[in-house]
Design a protein around this ligand. Structure first.
Ligand code: UT7
Length: 338
């Protein structure tokens, strides 16, 4: 399709759907695998269980992403053939190439359409939804399937040595369908996208020992596994979360009480509670579902969005803000008029 420079379009979110593995990993399961306790995990993170893919038997990121997009397409009342672009936000592709989006397109029979993966770690979905808005608004694409999908449990050390990171992460995927509309009132109101590679050493997956913040002391078992300085990431998140919310509100000229839902990356319930307190938000306005899924990286925000749609909390005409932070370091927000 040729971009139409002469006019612009509104963008609406017309459907959503999840792709979650069936297998659950509870805190009680973790207690059997390492030195930890159910109380410690719940108190420090709010997490009760997470989902885990059966990676060795072929249940991978693309499997979950395909399931999520199929459910979102059904929810939107369209057909896979109506899509002209598939984007997957992920940092855990099945393999370096082909992209997850190409695999999803093939699974859904969407031969010949555009397909791209975006990697901004936990901020991937939030960065992508702002970018997709611009691609549709300018006329380049009409109907886009955007999926947040990650399987970080492949990179977790489930021994006591890895307990800081292993208790946090779960696998999952969740998708939205975005479509062009002639109603110019619908779409992005404001956004913020930030990155600081200078902070890359507090949250990473080293590909070899040279990537590790302390190469000389990096152990074999740490290669390919999540390295996380938990307290440093926590400090970064507690600072950046409210900052980026305020920045995005200021750009829009709106106050927090004019936003109906703050759809936040689920990294730790304590980080979310701090943001709730800072802006005086009710539980209805800032949903926490980390207890059910843990931190699902790029899938986390759309999983909350889907939950809010499914239980009827999200209504036409509302204003919603997606907010995330993650490895990179990256952080951002995307404010929408539905
Ligand atoms: O998408 C972004 C991803 N990451 C995040 O958002 C992570 C942000 N950080 C956090 O959520 C928290 O830092 C954690 C939940 C990871 C850790 O909580 P914390 O309160 O910062 O704990 P800590 O790392 O400061 O450790 C406190 C103590 C230590 O013991 P000592 O040295 O005080 O004796 C740890 O060894 O807790 C110990 N500990 C554990 N104990 C039981 C660390 N992990 C565990 C565990 N079970 N799983």
């Amino acid at each position: 399709m040729t971009p139409n420079q002469s006019r612009q379009y509104g963008v609406e979110i017309i459907g959503s759907g999840n792709g979650l593995p069936a297998k659950r990993l509870t805190n009680a399961d973790l207690v059997k695998m390492m030195d930890t306790s159910e109380e410690w995990i719940v108190q420090r993170t709010g997490i009760e269980e997470r989902r885990v893919t059966d990676w060795d038997n072929g249940e991978k990121t693309a499997t979950l992403a395909t399931k999520a997009l199929r459910n979102a397409v059904d929810d939107a009342g369209i057909k896979p053939g109506d899509l002209d672009l598939i984007i997957v936000a992920t940092m855990t592709p099945n393999m370096p190439t082909p992209s997850v989006s190409c695999l999803v397109a093939a699974d859904l029979g969407c031969t010949g359409i555009a397909a791209i993966d975006f990697n901004a770690a936990c901020s991937g979905f939030v960065f992508s939804i702002s970018a997709v808005h611009e691609l549709i608004k300018g006329g380049m694409f009409k109907t886009v399937g955007l999926i947040g999908a990650d399987c970080l449990t492949q990179h977790i050390d489930y021994s006591t040595e890895g307990r800081t990171a292993s208790i946090l992460f779960g696998d999952g995927a969740s998708a939205v369908i975005l479509r062009r509309t002639d109603d110019l009132s619908k779409g992005l109101i404001s956004h913020a996208m930030h990155a600081d590679g200078g902070g890359s050493d507090i949250l990473l997956i080293p590909a070899d020992k040279n990537d590790h913040p302390d190469p000389a002391n990096c152990l074999d078992r740490e290669v390919g596994r999540v390295f996380m300085n938990g307290p440093a990431v926590f400090k970064f998140a507690v600072k950046k979360f409210p900052e980026v919310i305020q920045e995005t509100l200021d750009l829009a000229g709106l106050d927090a009480d004019q936003i109906d839902h703050f759809i936040c990356h689920q990294a730790n319930a304590r980080i979310l509670e701090a943001a709730r307190k800072r802006f005086g938000l009710s539980e209805e306005k800032l949903r926490i579902n980390i207890n059910k899924y843990g931190n699902t990286v790029a899938a986390s925000c759309p999983l909350v969005y889907n939950e809010l749609c499914t239980d009827g909390s999200i209504k036409p005409g509302q204003r919603i803000m997606f907010i995330a932070f993650g490895a990179g370091l990256t952080w951002g927000a995307s404010l929408w008029q539905l």
